[in-house]
Design a binder for this molecule. Structure first.
Ligand SMILES: Nc1ncnc2c1ncn2[C@@H]1O[C@H](COP(=O)(O)OP(=O)(O)OP(=O)(O)O)[C@@H](O)[C@H]1O
Ligand SMILES: [Mg+2]
Length: 290
């Protein structure tokens, strides 16, 4: 048996070119869900996918994972086409999907690549459990842990595969608001320690603004069937980010408006942002020509 190296794999680039996906429609015809999707993701980049419910975010993630195939176009990881159940990527979903009869440690072990030497695998699982702050809970069963802990175990299981690309489908969607914030910080720590390329599907605009290098907005256009990329926003701020940042507030308003959600008092955000920027400018020491 060949033994597999269990150290973290390098982050890999993802290229999505001209991708289309259709599904059978109830009337016997076909329905275009995704069309003309073009996206290049840099190694180690964090990309958030936002868009209305049912627009095809999970479908796109499945195409990148190899769990589903495009009807047109191509998805490559590290320059080669994605294979069915591609070993170079790992997925974590909204539900942690842990096996109830196995301990947390044994659940995470399931993520290890086939052929991993027993001792090296154990050591790797221990390391990952410590990384997601579950070092104290290794022997517990899923029913004995909280939702946030289960989600961290699910993340550790995905990382156990040493993915060059980590695909996260609303990983924190079922968690309460506070746990969610903690998980977002944790994800950034994990990314710093194991810098995979991350595609994160989320409904949470603030989560996208907090975590992503770029935010990709999927959606439809009137009269054309299927969703495509409507906007790509570069967040352009170093992480960790200040949740009250004025520029992020402006991006937030823009994103919400693109998503068709008018903020009740849009001037609040903008006025706040402008005031904060003005205050910052005033606080800065005057330049020589001031
Ligand atoms: N295997 C399938 N067969 C038929 N239709 C499908 C299949 N998978 C997805 N769809 C359809 O494709 C569309 C996009 O689904 P998808 O799950 O990708 O949306 P989503 O953007 O992830 O939505 P949500 O935000 O609610 O999770 C939906 O209309 C869904 O019904
Ligand atoms: Mg989905």
């Amino acid at each position: 048996m060949t033994l597999v190296d269990v150290s973290a794999a390098p982050a890999l680039p993802v290229r999505i070119s001209g991708v289309q996906r259709r599904f059978p429609a109830p009337d016997g015809g076909e329905r275009v869900v995704l069309r003309d999707i073009d996206l290049d993701i840099r190694p180690g980049e964090i990309v958030a996918l936002l868009g209305p419910s049912g627009c095809g975010k999970s479908t796109l993630l499945r195409l990148v994972s190899g769990l589903d195939r495009a009807d047109g176009g191509e998805v490559t990881i590290g320059g080669t086409p994605v294979a069915p159940v591609d070993q170079r990527s790992a997925v974590a979903f909204q539900e942690p999907r842990l096996l109830p009869w196995r301990s947390i440690e044994r659940n995470v072990e399931l993520g290890l690549p086939r052929g991993t030497a027993r001792q090296a695998g154990r050591a790797r699982v221990g390391e990952l459990l410590r990384l997601v702050q579950l070092g104290h809970a290794t022997g517990l069963r899923p029913r004995q842990i909280s939702g946030g802990m289960a989600q961290r175990a699910s993340l550790a299981r995905a990382l156990a595969r040493n993915p060059g690309v980590l695909l996260l489908d609303e990983p924190f969607g079922a968690l309460d608001a506070l746990t969610r914030l903690t998980m977002q910080d944790l994800l950034l720590e994990v990314h710093a320690a194991e810098p995979a390329t991350i595609i994160l599907v989320t409904h949470d605009v603030d989560e996208a603004l907090q975590l992503a290098d770029r935010i990709v907005l999927l959606g439809g256009e009137p009269g054309i069937p299927g969703a495509t990329i409507r906007r790509v926003l570069e967040v352009g701020k170093k992480r960790p980010r200040d949740r009250g940042d004025a520029q992020l507030a402006i991006l937030r308003t823009e994103l919400l408006s693109l998503l068709g959600v008018e903020t009740h008092h849009p001037e609040d955000y903008i006025t706040k942002a402008i005031k904060a920027q003005r205050a910052k400018r005033l606080a800065e020491p005057a330049g020589p020509d001031a």
